[in-house]
Design a protein around this ligand. Structure first.
Ligand code: GLC
Length: 748
């Protein structure tokens, strides 16, 4: 056995563990990083091959033990034969573990096992259901020391093969177990002074989040329905008539002819081009869903051209794999191949040329209802049963549940040289390569930022797309569960994420919709979406009183845009999350490490959403600064001050508690109907004790000109002087004219 260590830079070291005769990872993960040839940091490995410790400048950063080339006991469930490597990372009993991407459980991951295998759970997921749509084999360990500092460490397992993590559970209370089927394990140990630094260093490795068009930050409305062009335009007009801001409307699978991607149902959408134009005139953007399944139908252009260019995934016999998705029998693009990506990009380009502004990539785990072979097999088994009259053991429900996963096992991909690659090795990368192909369609469009919404993902997807958390339910529990999911996606390098606001499955109740619209207004991606056949959940659906409250919060979202856009820019520049777990801002405060019903929006705002029915008051915890220093928190709505610690605050239906941290502030604007309209004034809202710094970023919001320095970045400094308040603007980059003509300091 060999353990090979290569320092990447002063914060990251790469480890490879393999049997003697292996030497390197044969990987399809397109991360690219450069070794810093001038690393002066002293990295060392101490111990023996079964148990070694990584040392940085003489300090222990990561003891790894129990290295074995067998499946560990804790990793037996649902696994396959093959070459395994497993090990455990000793983190200590007190350690807290975060990250691991989109998981339907608690923020802190102790006491469970997790699997990385992109999966459509088929309907809305349950609490702790695992795995879900995306895989992020990265975790952050926090060892709060109880003093003023905490130690943090990140571990990224650079494998797209299904990987299992056991967090302080069956493998031992003081360790994280890692196990997967590979010949050569590659992992990166990531250090940093703070948790933010770890996430930033991890982002440098897997890719910085993409810079989205500004409209991505507005309110978006979607519904899986059988709307026609007229209904759709009526919806748009209603938003404008009611002066409820909205930036984007979505077309789900019913816009297509027979669910065939890249087509339009001509009866319902006879003139898509004119419709898009009308939407644009009303300042809406249009996002269309595109699924990967291509209907197997001669005469359907994407099928014919795909066959001609040989772009589809094969089955074990070398035939195009056939599986069932919305349109019926489908073939599936093999995005691993460059020629497939070129072909896909051309198909998407047609939609973009028609005027569509964003592409929504769904079912891209990939989700396949069932494959032809599974059906054939089942039919022959049933036939046999009919003949023998022995029906015992026929469990159709579990047969169907197995179908999707089993059919995936038969998929075969091809690499550059045409070599066969088993699906298992690259399954988790399917959405990544699809997004790469979709992105290149946007790159052809003249100087336009891309908007790709994805359901599945893998590290690196953040540089191509934004992520939503798939099919949830219209329940209070699901709303609550969405918070740790989104926060851990941020910790795992995907800052721009959101859940279906209002819930996807089931009928939403009025109060829940209002509370969810409040919560969504302060999370990165804000889209209301629901399933076919469920109650409509437009902001006006449940009477005037609730409409007024809903409108107030959607408008709050637009008022917050200068702040959100600045945070989005920082996340693009540095990889730091937009919505953060409390501990990321208050590392010395031990109480923050388990709180998941509150979060920080950037550095300045603490959000305490109401997650239960009928709560006119809610308990909030307001953190202490370092050294246990109590600070003043300012109520967003009343301006009232609260001290650090436990508080009970007003949370009647029109109030979602928000607090401004001491000596912090945010830039705000007037609310507009859509981001296509520039506001005129900039407001600075703050909680001043001594001095406040408020950064502001601004650019054209649409093009890539910011890459050439065409952006504004500055910082307002506000200070108390004897009896009054002074403010000054320090400009860091003035490559773009700020939108405001006036700056107003808001006392409350
Ligand atoms: C999937 C998606 C959902 C979409 C539906 C129909 O369930 O997750 O958002 O509405 O398919 O396309």
């Amino acid at each position: 056995m060999t353990v090979k260590a290569d320092p990447v830079n002063s914060n990251v070291i790469k480890l490879n563990i393999f049997q003697e005769d292996e030497n390197g990872v044969d990987s399809f993960i397109p991360i690219s990083f450069e070794f810093d040839s001038e690393v002066s940091t002293r990295w060392e490995l101490e111990g023996d091959l079964q148990c070694f410790t990584v040392l940085k400048e003489g300090k222990e950063v990561g003891p790894f033990e129990d290295i074995s080339f067998e499946r560990p006991d804790w990793g037996r469930k649902g696994t396959q034969e093959g070459n395994w490597i497993s090990l455990s990372h000793k983190v200590g009993e007190q350690a807290k573990v975060y990250g691991l991407g989109e998981k339907a459980g608690s923020l802190e991951k102790t006491g469970r096992s997790y699997e990385m295998w992109n999966t459509d759970p088929g309907g809305s997921y349950k609490h702790n259901e695992d795995p879900l749509y995306s895989s992020f084999p990265f975790y952050l360990v926090a060892c709060p020391s109880g003093k003023d500092s905490s130690d943090f460490l990140g571990v990224y397992v650079n494998h797209s093969e299904p990987t299992k993590f056991d967090v302080k559970y069956r493998c031992g209370k003081d360790r994280v177990g890692i196990a997967l089927k590979t010949n050569c394990l590659e992992l990166f140990v990531i250090t940093g002074e703070t948790s933010k630094e770890i996430v930033e260093n991890y982002a440098k490795l897997t890719g910085k989040p993409c810079m989205l068009p500004k409209w991505a930050l507005g309110y978006h409305h979607s519904k899986w329905s059988s709307w026609d062009e007229g209904d759709f335009l009526q919806l748009a007009k209603k938003f404008r008539r009611k002066e409820i801001p909205c930036d984007a409307l979505y077309l789900d699978i019913h816009y297509m002819d027979d669910f065939k991607v890249f087509t339009w149902d001509e009866d319902r959408f006879p003139s898509p081009e004119a419709m898009v134009e009308e939407l644009h005139e009303m300042d809406f953007n249009l996002v269309n869903i595109v699924d990967p399944g291509i209907k197997k139908e001669i005469g359907y252009e994407p099928y014919d051209s795909g066959i001609e260019r040989d772009v589809f995934v094969k089955d074990e016999d070398g035939e195009d794999f056939v599986g069932v998705l919305w349109p019926g029998s489908c073939v599936f693009p093999d995005f691993l191949m460059e020629r497939t990506r070129e072909w896909w990009s051309e198909l998407n380009r047609d939609l973009l040329e028609l005027g569509v502004d964003g592409i929504w990539n769904d079912m891209n785990e990939p989700a396949i209802f069932f494959g032809k072979k599974q059906v054939e097999d089942l039919i022959s088994r049933v036939q046999e049963m009919l003949e023998t009259g022995d029906y015992e053991g026929l469990d159709l429900r579990s047969e169907f549940e197995k179908f999707g996963k089993e059919s995936l096992g038969t998929l075969v991909h091809r690499d550059k040289g045409g070599e066969r690659i088993t699906h298992e090795r690259v399954h988790n990368l399917y959405a990544f390569y699809e997004a790469m192909a979709t992105k290149s369609a946007f790159e052809e469009a003249p100087n336009k930022r891309s908007f790709i919404l994805t359901r599945a993902g893998f590290p690196g997807i953040q540089s191509l797309a934004l992520k939503w958390t798939g099919d949830n339910s219209s329940t209070w529990d699901h709303m609550e569960m969405s918070i740790p999911m989104i926060l851990n996606l941020g910790v795992s390098g995907v800052p721009f994420a959101g859940a279906d606001v209002g819930g996807f499955d089931g009928d939403v109740e009025p109060e829940l919709l209002t509370r969810w619209l409040q919560l969504g207004a302060v999370l990165p991606y804000y889209r209301n979406h629901s399933a076919l056949g469920t109650a409509d959940q437009e902001p006006w659906r449940f009477g005037e009183e609730l409409e007024r409250i809903n409108k107030k919060y959607i408008r709050l979202r637009y008022r917050l845009l200068p702040y959100l856009y600045t945070l989005h820019y920082f996340s693009h520049r540095d990889g730091v999350p937009i919505a953060r777990p409390l501990f990321m801002e208050f590392e010395a405060d031990q109480s923050c490490y388990h709180i998941q019903d509150e979060f920080m929006l950037g550095e300045a705002l603490l959000i305490a959403p109401v997650l239960r029915k009928g709560r006119d008051e809610r308990h909030v915890y307001l953190p202490y600064e370092s050294n246990g220093k109590s600070i003043e928190w300012k109520d967003w709505w009343t301006g009232g001050k609260y001290k650090s610690g436990h508080q009970v605050v007003n949370s009647t239906l029109k109030t979602m508690p928000i607090f401004i941290r001491e000596d912090s502030g945010v830039p705000l604007a007037e609310s507009v109907d859509s981001t296509k309209k520039e506001p005129e004034k900039l407001f600075l809202k703050y909680n001043l004790e001594n001095e406040v710094s408020i950064p502001v970023y601004h650019d054209d919001g649409r093009t890539r000109a910011y890459e050439d320095g065409e952006y504004f970045l500055g910082e307002f400094r506000i200070r108390k002087t004897s009896g009054s308040v002074e403010s000054a603007l320090e400009v860091e980059n003035d490559g773009f004219e700020p939108f405001w003509h006036e700056v107003i300091l808001k006392k409350d």
